[in-house]
Design a protein around this ligand. Structure first.
Ligand code: XMP
Length: 515
């Protein structure tokens, strides 16, 4: 990050492992303040660049043997600090107060009563405001030098501050939407107490990142693999703005993309002025996949062939020094997580990138952005809503939507089915209401009747889900009339298909993809 752009207005968020920590980061960013999340026990080396700190909640109890107990002497009393939930208990327990198990476990809504009126943290928030609690310990006695600011019917010390410091602590969670004035409270801390400047905007990010990329890359060449997805596209446009033709993009057709996707997207990329080479390697992928039915094996083959094709192309670009990747902030946070990287259920998400033998330096222009911020930056760069609003599409493409072995004929059938479904969603203004949609070719035939003939043809499943991040998902209640029309169109127009079913499983326990 360029040191100057957000100087004096960076917030440090220390993660004690709460499920809500990322949400705090997002809320702070929504208030246009630049925020970095770091594990509780690893303060950033450039601590002097931060002007305020928030301590997150935690699944641990401060009273337990495994309580997280970092040394915060470099922060507390030195800069404005807001401690949330575990953070508040932590300051009390290790600061001369007392934390004890609650008589009642307090989960859910509670109402605030002010003990000390006219506090800047609560400015503009009416007494009685609903706050969201989630804790089983309670602060019985405040730490040395603290004054109680607010209570709820069950929690005496729901908020306090430490005299002579800009240290505030709250037992409830302002980051969840159930805390009615949570954003106002966070804003009060950021702007009234910490006096930060709300300068984290897409335009500032673009300006800063372009300057930073120019300095980082100089006049060297960068290679980037475009996928048609939002992240790689935004990364490419940012780099293009910074270094122009020094950026060499490679867009590989693995033969498993949607109908006409390769040609259409390539044309759009060229129209955006990107220096892009389209490589049609369909035959190479299909040959390598022939006869393979195991989903993980299919994924691995596609990953391996992609690297081979990419490597062949990269070698044609002489003297390239850099490999650009579309890594985004949740991937970075995951790799630094207090709990360690979460278990992977499928071997996806391309983490780890390309093999070492490529020996390129890595540049990741989006590594500080959440997904919604990537879209906003894309918009500020003038990328079309059509490209930015595209549903996620898995790297192995239709290979994991053709259950069983893959042949060119099956790919064509699924492309036709998928195109009818996706186009119908668009024509009926349903596309943007769905997070991800697609069709799956099942490995069974079913009996049907067409005219006087008995048929024995393929079955396809349609899947449409709503989700925030793909971690959990629910099937979309698409109108019956719409499904009826799509089903008719598919069966009438796609030769070889005589039955359409709609997947009504949520994730968990199902997953979004079938393989
Ligand atoms: P699941 O099926 O795990 O999917 O519920 C969650 C999200 O991940 C995508 N997905 C993949 N993406 N390579 C990818 O790049 C893969 O192997 C892969 N498998 C699933 C899926 O499309 C959904 O958005």
């Amino acid at each position: 990050m360029n040191k100057d752009t957000f100087q004096g207005s960076r917030l440090l968020l220390l993660d004690f492992g709460s499920q809500y920590t990322q949400l705090i980061a997002r809320r702070v960013r929504e208030l246009n303040v630049y925020c970095e999340m770091h594990p509780y026990n690893h303060l950033p080396e450039n601590l002097e660049d931060f002007s305020a700190v928030i301590l997150s909640g935690s699944p641990y109890s401060v009273r337990s043997a495994e309580a997280l107990h970092p040394d915060l002497s470099a922060l507390k009393g030195k800069m404005p600090l807001l401690a949330v939930c575990y953070g508040a208990q932590y300051l009390a327990h290790f600061g001369g107060g007392e934390v004890a198990p609650s008589n009642i476990r307090e989960y859910g809504r509670a109402h605030l009563t002010y003990i000390k009126p006219n506090e800047p943290l609560f400015e503009g928030i009416a007494e009685g405001s609903v706050v969201w609690m989630s804790h089983s310990d309670t602060i019985k006695q405040l730490p040395t030098g603290a004054v109680c600011l607010a209570s709820t019917p069950d929690v005496v010390n729901a908020a306090y501050r430490i005299e002579g410091e800009e240290t505030y602590a709250i037992q409830f969670h302002p980051e969840v939407t159930h805390s009615a004035d949570g954003m106002k409270l966070l804003g009060n801390f950021l702007f009234k107490i910490a006096k930060l400047t709300p300068n984290w905007t897409s335009d500032n990010f673009v300006e800063m990142t372009v300057a930073q990329l120019k300095a980082q890359v100089g006049n060297e060449k960068v290679i980037l693999g475009l996928s048609g997805g939002v992240d790689s596209t935004v990364a490419a446009v940012l780099l293009n703005k910074a270094i122009g033709k020094q950026l060499h993009c490679i867009f590989v057709n693995n033969g498993l993309l949607r109908k006409n996707e390769f040609e259409n997207v390539l044309k759009q990329y060229e129209g955006m002025g990107l220096n892009v080479k389209g490589v049609d390697a369909s035959a190479r992928f299909l040959t390598a996949l022939a006869g393979k039915t195991d989903p993980e094996e299919k994924r691995k083959i596609i990953g391996r062939v992609f690297i081979e094709v990419f490597d062949d192309e990269a070698h044609k670009i002489t003297d390239a020094q850099w490999l650009a990747q579309g890594t985004i902030y949740p991937d970075v946070i995951e790799s630094l997580s207090v709990k360690g990287p979460s278990a992977t259920i499928k071997s996806h998400h391309n983490v780890g990138g390309l093999p070492d033998y490529m020996k390129l330096k890595v540049v990741e222009p989006l590594r500080m952005l959440f997904k919604d911020e990537v879209r906003r930056v894309g918009r500020s760069l003038g990328i079309s809503d059509e490209l930015l609003g595209r549903h996620p599409f898995p790297g192995p493409g239709l290979a994991i939507r053709i259950l069983g072995d893959i042949t060119a004929e099956k790919v064509t059938i699924l492309q036709e089915v998928d195109a009818i479904f996706i186009n119908a969603l668009k024509e009926n203004n349903l596309y943007d209401k769905v997070w991800q949609a697609g069709a799956i070719l099942l490995p069974i035939n079913s009996v049907g009747v067409m005219g006087d003939e008995r048929t024995y043809e393929r079955v396809v499943a349609l899947r449409a889900v709503e989700s925030i991040d793909g971690m959990t998902a629910d099937w979309v209640d698409l109108p019956y009339k719409f499904l009826q029309k799509v089903s008719n169109d598919i069966i009438n127009k796609v030769k070889g298909v005589n039955r359409v079913v709609y997947d009504i499983s949520s994730k968990p326990p199902a997953t979004i993809e079938w393989e």
